[in-house]
Design a protein around this ligand. Sequence first.
Ligand code: ADP
Ligand code: MG
Length: 269
Amino acid sequence: MGQVLTVTSGKGGVGKSTATANIATAIAEADKRVVAIDFDVGLRNLDMILGLENRIVYDSIDVMDGRCNINQALINDKRVKSLFFLPASQTRDKSVLDAKKVEKLIVELKKDFEYVLIDSPAGIETGFERAIYLADTALIITTPEVSAVRDADRVIGIIDAKSKKAKEGGEVVKKLIINRIKPDMVKKGQMLSPEDVLQILAIDLIGLVPDDEMVVVATNTGEVVVKNPKSESGAAYRRITKRILGEEIAFAPLEDSKGIGAFIKGLFK
Ligand SMILES: Nc1ncnc2c1ncn2[C@@H]1O[C@H](COP(=O)(O)OP(=O)(O)O)[C@@H](O)[C@H]1O
Ligand SMILES: [Mg+2]
């Protein structure tokens, strides 16, 4: 049975879809069968970030409502063979995500894939609740801004209250990604440091991603940064993926080149 990882944040625009696309690609490059599912009904953009928008015929709602089978809707990335993508519907009616149908779909996908990555919508409404309900692991993503951190904190509380694991007396594993870090601003005390964020959220850190112009270029060209050996954020996502796959990767070296190393070493000594 595959593992379900949900990328979520509360706040919009902090990098959920970018993280989902990069982590899914890196997992697939490690030869694991992975499916990335866009749960952002009505506002889909994971397809663009993955560069697969022109190949969409059916979406997850078509599968759930029986208009097609899963294999008809799944899009296989021709560049990375074990990467599959299930698009969100463009409908404006967000109530289409029926709890039972979502569960049936995810259970089916878990049989066929080692990793099921769910890109959660912003907010804490139905789409979000469906996205976190079946998670084994929640990858909580935030930027170093007070509003984003506060929303992440809220989301952590909801996961602990409303996930299936919580209802059964267990707990969803929660890991933190801090995105768009600007080391210069942190040094000058103009931006929350990773240490500050971790103190507030009190969950395990799985990665620090620098602010990186190459993310924007990548999104516009339909190629993810994780494939770009020169991209700092790509390197960060490769390291996050290794940690997801169970490797022990020290936190310091990646961030050194950008100067984040200093305070990270402080953090882990
Ligand atoms: N590390 C980063 N550096 C620079 N820009 C980023 C980074 N991560 C995400 N972005 C940009 O931030 C915006 C929001 O990202 P996105 O992944 O769509 O967020 P969400 O899915 O949380 O709404 C996009 O324009 C994306 O290119
Ligand atoms: Mg998104």
